[in-house]
Design a protein around this ligand. Structure first.
Ligand code: CU
Length: 462
């Protein structure tokens, strides 16, 4: 059954008078604010009350439990300062909801009547905007424009009926620059009322953040506009991001939202995917096309789907190479091809354990995991079964395995490649060594240049 707009308007008009009154009476009791301090991925919350859908799994996150009050689904969000482990070895002091940043995922069904209590435990006022949702104007959460701000200590109530299905998010619309830079956001997923529509076997969701946290510090700098040093998925960076574990043959959806200051081309290895949903709704079949990278613009969400046919450990990452690195990236110069031996000797007189870096590229940093100040992460890190991975930031792995239980999201460990299917070292005769440049020949330039002296008349030769 689909929920037609006309039925819907009739229904809500009929209920409007009643709902306005009973809403306030019902809202007199606040549901418990469930909270968590763990960055570990929590199992999905199975549908209740006769509803049917494949629940989403939030990477390194969780789904907010609700209670039924009459026919209203009631949630309680608490905006508050939180501590978030971004990866083992680094904890950030952020702002979020219900103990974590991002906040818990709100998961509903098209047609649900939702009542969301928002308690403000921040030191300043806030609001919540329901990004992409069609709500009455006064529920849109734009501080000053559609409601008074929620002052510290106050609780506000948002009430609306969900008219759409798809992929959405929530975030403050009050002192946005600060509050989003501090990590305040969460996913909002609405399943179609018809459980057969857009059905998948596994459904993942995460939001992207950028932080500027100096090595050794824990608070993000909120004035940064471009030079962020931590690129995060659900306020985690590689190797702290959960793998996306799927069973071979599963139809898989990955929903990604972007609340950073730049776009992120999200790229998956393995098999192509199809863009099926944005925060504006479902993409019509006729407009879908296969891709292996989908760009997620600022302030947008994208959902892609694929059937996981190919077994293995398939990388999924932002294709901007600086976004798959962690902090310390800015001050590093390019030393490729520079012999630093003499320089190193001189510096070691002043700094005994100075080590020159980057002579042959940066890969050696991934291998060594240099000593660092407390509470920061290596720029390039992570180890796979074949060695250092030299990654950070927005990177994870889609792990496709045979015969998993349908609700098994545990990391199955590294993929066991069938014999003879891994790139291997050539051990035969490599033939003559690459020709060394011939001194005599090198005196002749390999390219000809026409030098035109300033002031001299141009010869007209092209
Ligand atoms: Cu990126």
């Amino acid at each position: 059954m689909t929920f037609s707009r006309r039925n819907f308007v009739g229904l809500s008009a009929a209920l409007a008078g009643v709902a306005a009154v009973s809403g306030r009476v019902q809202a007199a009791s606040i549901p418990e604010a469930v909270t968590t301090t763990s960055p570990a991925m929590q199992p999905p919350v199975m549908p209740q009350g006769g509803q049917s859908y494949q629940p989403v799994v939030t990477l390194n996150g969780w789904t907010l439990p609700w209670r039924m009050n009459g026919d209203w689904k009631e949630f309680h969000l608490v905006a508050e300062p939180v501590e978030r482990e971004m990866a083992p070895g680094m904890v950030a002091r952020l702002w979020g909801y219900n103990g974590q940043s991002p906040g818990p995922t709100i998961e509903c069904v098209e047609g649900d009547k939702v009542r969301i209590f928002v308690t403000n435990k921040l030191p300043e006022h806030t609001t919540v905007h329901w990004h992409g949702l069609i709500v009455p104007n006064g529920m849109d959460g734009v501080g000053g424009l559609t409601q008074p701000q929620i002052k510290p200590g106050q609780t506000f109530v948002y009430e609306f009926v969900l008219k759409q299905s798809g992929t959405f998010m929530y975030h403050p619309h009050a002192d946005e620059m600060v509050q989003m830079a501090m990590g305040m956001m969460g996913s909002f997923v609405i399943h179609p009322r018809d459980p057969g529509l857009h059905r998948v076997d596994r459904d993942f969701v995460f939001l992207m953040q950028s932080y500027d946290i100096e090595p050794g510090a824990a608070m993000p700098k909120i004035m940064t506009m471009t030079d962020f040093n931590l690129w995060a998925w659900n306020s985690r960076v590689f190797p702290g991001i959960d793998p996306l574990v799927v069973r071979r043959g599963d139809r898989v959806r990955i929903r990604v939202g972007n609340l950073t200051m730049t776009n992120h081309p999200i790229h998956k290895h393995g098999e192509p995917f199809t863009l099926t949903c944005t925060d504006g709704g479902w993409v019509p079949e006729s407009a879908r096309r296969p891709e292996v990278t989908t760009d997620v613009p600022v302030g947008a969400m994208r959902a892609v789907e694929f059937v996981a046919d190919e077994l293995g450990d398939w990388a999924i990452h932002c294709h901007k190479s600086h976004h798959t690195m962690n902090a310390m990236g800015h001050e590093v110069k390019n030393f490729i091809g520079v012999n630093q031996k003499d320089l190193a000797k001189t510096i070691r007189k002043l700094v005994p354990d100075y080590m020159p870096m980057g002579e042959k590229g940066m890969a050696e940093m991934g291998e060594m995991e240099m000593p660092m100040p407390d509470n920061t992460l290596p720029m390039m890190t992570g180890f796979g079964q074949f060695g250092p991975m030299e990654m950070g930031g927005m990177f994870s792995v889609v792990k496709v395995r045979e015969g998993l239980a349908h609700d098994d999201y545990k990391d199955p460990g590294p993929y066991k490649n069938p014999e003879g299917t891994v790139a291997y070292l050539f051990e035969g005769d490599t033939g003559p060594a690459p020709r060394a440049p011939n001194k005599k020949a090198s005196q002749t330039p390999s390219m000809e240049f026409n030098v035109v002296k300033p002031g001299a008349s141009h010869s007209g030769k092209h």
